[in-house]
Each structure stands twice: as structure tokens, then as C-alpha cells.
Design a binder for this molecule. Structure first.
Ligand code: G3H
Ligand code: ZN
Length: 279
């Protein structure tokens, strides 16, 4: 069933598990993430990032993902990840997304609060949940120019109170697009934020988080853990092997079979670490 963040994050925030938000790029990975969640009987979040919406019209992504969600027996949230403008958020809402992120993390604090509040009001008007970001999770990819800034706990409190977001992404040591699990998580900063902020917390760049930290963080108030690169590596690296091993083959549906299975395996592995069985 199609749900919003509010339907699933509150319980996760107050329990010892967290819900995975996976970046997906089309049918092949989205359907396998949904199957993985179904087999574990846990909610999941299907997210489209900037690369996905520049590759495929958001309307088409919305149809594919919301159909998968509506057909599923488990709760699935269809979420716009890192939305950068009102227009993008409105297109996602019109395309059936049940949830959006507005990412104003590169803006000065006042501007981030002002724009996030405007967009939160629009999302709420349509019954769609909204995630904002305070501080900024940087990128491990030099081609992406974004400054990284740790979240200042008092600013997080003000941001949440003044914008009305349903969930907030915080920067406590992760970086987007790390291939190895090498991030150093600042638990002191997390605990300060937890004392001041009462909405569910979101971690971005979680491919780079060690398994023991994913377990530890899921027992905190962190409710949503965003994972993208790990699934892209599972799909892409398996596809490369398939193509190398079968030089005579040209049918992409045959090539996609094993990469899709590896996406499902990786999604299950991450959801189990995040507490699917503790739920
Ligand atoms: O918003 C997307 C996530 O933060 C994914 O980050 O690709 O580093 O796992 P990742
Ligand atoms: Zn992110």
C-alpha cells in the first residue's frame, strides 16, 4: 500500500529499528526492493534522486513506483529525494508521490527555513509528507560541488519548529557516494540533536556507514536511512560481469536477471542490519 513518511517513521523513530530508503532508477530495481521488503515484511521507501528524474520524466517514475506501492501488501512510501525547487516538488506531488524532500541545505539558514516552510505548506495541503535538511551531507564525488557542514543541534531545533517538516536529515559524519563503509559517526552530536528535536531523524549517504554503526544508529531516534550507492554497485557490477561472461548475448532482459537478484539480496541485507527482524 502507498503510505507517507508519517505513516511509518514515528514508530521507527521510537523503536530499535530504522526504515531503509533506497534510491531507485526504474522498474528493475524498484520492483526488487519491494520484493525484498515484502519477504521481510517491513515497510520501505522508494526514492528518486536527481539523476533518476533527469533520466526519466517524473510522471513516468511516479506511475511505475506508485503502482508497485499500491500492489504491495507492505507499506511503501514513494519519495522525491533531494528536491531542489518548488517546481520539482509540485511535479512530484502531481505525479502521485506520497512524500517529498526539499533540500535547501546549501542555502544560508534563514533562506533554508523560509523556502522549506513554503514547500512544507504546499506538501501538507496535498496530504504529502516532507523531509528537510539542516547542516549539509557532502559528496565523496568531486564532480558534485556541494559544501559539507555538520548539523548544529540548536539550528536543527529551530529549523524543525519553524518549517513544520515531518522528518529532518542531519549531517553527523556521513558523505554521499562512498563506496567503502568508512564514515565516522559523531554520536555526541546525534545525542545533542535528539535532546532538542522531536521529529524522526534521517541519515543520508548511508552506503558509507559501517554495519555496526547502522545497528547502533537504528536504536537511536534515527528512523530513515538513505542508501543509494550500495544498490547501484550491486546492479552495475553484476551487469558488467554478465556482459563479460556472455559476449554473444544482446537481450537486455536476459542481462538484467542477475543484477536484479543482486539488488534484492543487497536490499535485504541492509534491511536486516537496520532491524527488520528486531521490528
Ligand atoms: O539521498 C540519497 C542517499 O543519501 C544515498 O546516499 O548513495 O551514499 O548511499 P549513498
Ligand atoms: Zn542524500
Amino acid at each position: 500500500m502507498l503510505v507517507t513518511l508519517n505513516d511509518i517513521l514515528k514508530e521507527a523513530s521510537n523503536s530499535n529499528y530504522a526504515i531503509a530508503g533506497f534510491n531507485v532508477f526504474g522498474y528493475e530495481d524498484a520492483v526488487m526492493v519491494a520484493k525484498a521488503a515484502q519477504e521481510l515484511d517491513v515497510p520501505v521507501i522508494l526514492m528518486t534522486n536527481r539523476d533518476a528524474v533527469s533520466h526519466m520524466p517524473i510522471k513516468i517514475l511516479g506511475s511505475i513506483l506508485t503502482d508497485i506501492a499500491k500492489e504491495a501488501k507492505i507499506p511503501i512510501c514513494v519519495h522525491l529525494d533531494h528536491g531542489k525547487s518548488i517546481d520539482e516538488v509540485v511535479s512530484a506531488i502531481k505525479s502521485g508521490f506520497s512524500s517529498v524532500m526539499y533540500d535547501g541545505s546549501q542555502l544560508p539558514l534563514e533562506e533554508n527555513i523560509k523556502r522549506t516552510k513554503e514547500i512544507a505548506d504546499i506538501a501538507h495541503h496535498f496530504g504529502v509528507s516532507i523531509e528537510g535538511e539542516i547542516g549539509s551531507v557532502g559528496y565523496n564525488d568531486p564532480s558534485i560541488k556541494a559544501k559539507a557542514m555538520y548539523t548544529v543541534p540548536k539550528e536543527a531545533k529551530r529549523f524543525v519548529e519553524e518549517t513544520g517538516v515531518d522528518a529532518v536529515a542531519i549531517a553527523i559524519g556521513t558523505l554521499h557516494r562512498m563506496k567503502a563503509q568508512e564514515a565516522n559517526i559523531q554520536y555526541d552530536r546525534l545525542e545533542e540533536i535528539e535532546k532538542l528535536v522531536d521529529v524522526p531523524l534521517v541519515i543520508h549517504g548511508s552506503t558509507g556507514v559501517k554495519d555496526e554503526d547502522l545497528i547502533r544508529m537504528s536504536k537511536h531516534r534515527i528512523a530513515k536511512v538513505n542508501i543509494g550507492t550500495a544498490l547501484r554497485m550491486a546492479f552495475g557490477n553484476t551487469l558488467r560481469d554478465e556482459m563479460n561472461n556472455k559476449p554473444e548475448e544482446f537481450d537486455r532482459i536476459k542481462f538484467f536477471k542477475r543484477p536484479m537478484i543482486e539488488v534484492k539480496n543487497k536490499a535485504k541485507e541492509k534491511m536486516i542490519i537496520l532491524g527488520a527482524k528486531r521490528k
